[in-house]
Design a protein around this ligand. Structure first.
Ligand code: GDD
Ligand code: MN
Length: 354
């Protein structure tokens, strides 16, 4: 078996026959199977899949109770025989002919080929401004919090093909819709390519994407961060930040009380000193795996720039909340510190230690 295409379905009877026929054409010359993973559709999708299996290499996995798109793909993977694993929607929004392009990329040496709306000629048909914005926001969050997605322009894609050996099934524990996030996180890919395609308008049936799935998305990002160590990294970063506060306050006190410096001069020295101790600790403790991101000099300069910008932001928030909104200054400061911690973390993770 060359290729297994996993197709999750929930009430997609109206498009399944056409999908199977078009995939059959797109994959001619390969031995393939289509694994339909249906979650007890009420419209007869499962029965249709069985009927189609008389004529095409279609297999049906029928699950009780609806349990979600991404988990359907994982269950499909369990039964898949192919060396290459494809994933796509059943509703024809993923044009089946694009699958042959994905196969060509893998044959040319990629181990993951993603059909992408965000490279070259790719796009989405008939999307409202709101839907576009939500989708862009979702991609932005993934890029911020999940480093394994950063080189991918369309990590939200549900249309892709990969070498089976690059992914360990046990590492896939998705929540909700976005199975590619799991695959990117768990996979050992040497070469990933994105192939442009147009996400077609849905002509039959309806989308199953609801607010619930959007909330699942956030839970999924959190779960991935827990498993891949990014949450731990963030905790370490906060700890280092705390140590910086101790260094800063201690030195400010020492220099002012014992060295007789004017307190603003002491403050300038203690701020820079704590930036340097924070950098050193983060370099060895928080980002030890990313020290090759740039020359030492570049990293420390970037860290300084981020920290000084952060300080300015902190003061800005403190002033805004206290003087403009009349909030108690110590409370304003807590808000400022929280915002700047996130700012420092994200910029350093994305830029200083990228
Ligand atoms: N088995 C199963 N169980 N299948 C499901 C479930 C479920 O709970 N929910 C949805 N599906 C199936 C649908 O039947 C369809 O074949 C596919 O999953 C995609 O569902 P849609 O509801 O049509 O998704 P969409 O068009 O809003 O969203 C798609 O957006 C991406 C673009 O960012 C995603 O599903 C991606 O695959 C797509 O690339
Ligand atoms: Mn769809």
């Amino acid at each position: 078996m060359d290729i297994s295409i996993i197709v999750p379905t929930y009430n997609e009877k109206d498009s399944l026959s056409q999908l199977v026929e078009e995939l059959h054409r797109a994959l001619s010359g390969h031995s393939y199977e289509i694994i339909v993973v249906d979650d007890s559709s009420s419209d007869g999708t499962a029965e249709l899949a069985l009927a189609l299996s008389q004529k095409y290499p279609v297999k049906l996995i029928s699950r009780k109770n609806k349990r979600g798109l991404a988990s359907a793909v994982v269950d499909g993977l369990e039964q898949a025989q192919g060396k290459l694993i494809g994933v796509m929607d059943a509703d024809l929004q993923h044009p089946p002919e694009v699958m042959s392009g994905l196969v060509r990329e893998i044959e040319a040496g990629a181990d993951l080929a993603i059909a992408s709306r965000h490279v070259e000629t790719g796009g989405s048909e008939g999307w409202s401004l709101t839907r576009r914005a939500v989708s862009r926001g979702a991609i932005f969050l993934a890029h911020l919090f999940l480093p394994s997605t950063r080189s991918i322009r369309d990590p939200m894609s549900g249309f892709f093909l990969f070498r089976r050996e690059a992914v360990r099934r046990a590492d896939l524990r998705p929540i909700g819709y976005k199975i590619l996030l799991e695959v990117l996180n768990a996979g050992q890919f040497q070469k990933t390519v994105e192939v442009p395609y147009t996400f077609r308008a849905r002509s039959r049936g309806e989308s199953k994407l609801r607010l619930r799935q959007q909330a699942d998305y956030l839970a999924h990002i959190y779960s991935l961060m827990r498993r891949n160590g990014e949450l731990l990294r963030f905790a370490k970063f906060c700890l280092v930040g705390l140590s910086g506060v101790v260094v800063n306050m201690g030195l400010l006190w020492l220099l002012t009380e014992f060295a007789g410096l004017f307190y603003l001069a002491s403050a300038a020295i203690s701020i820079e000193t704590s930036i340097i101790t924070n950098f050193t600790l983060d370099d060895y403790f928080t980002f030890p795996d990313r020290r090759r991101a740039g020359h030492f000099r570049t990293r420390i300069l970037k860290f300084n720039a981020v920290s000084l910008a952060g300080l300015t932001i902190n003061l800005g928030i403190l002033w805004l909340l206290t003087s403009v909104f009349g909030i108690y200054y110590l409370l304003s400061n807590i808000v400022g510190i929280a915002v700047v911690t996130l700012w420092n973390y994200l910029l350093n993770s994305w830029w200083t230690w990228k």
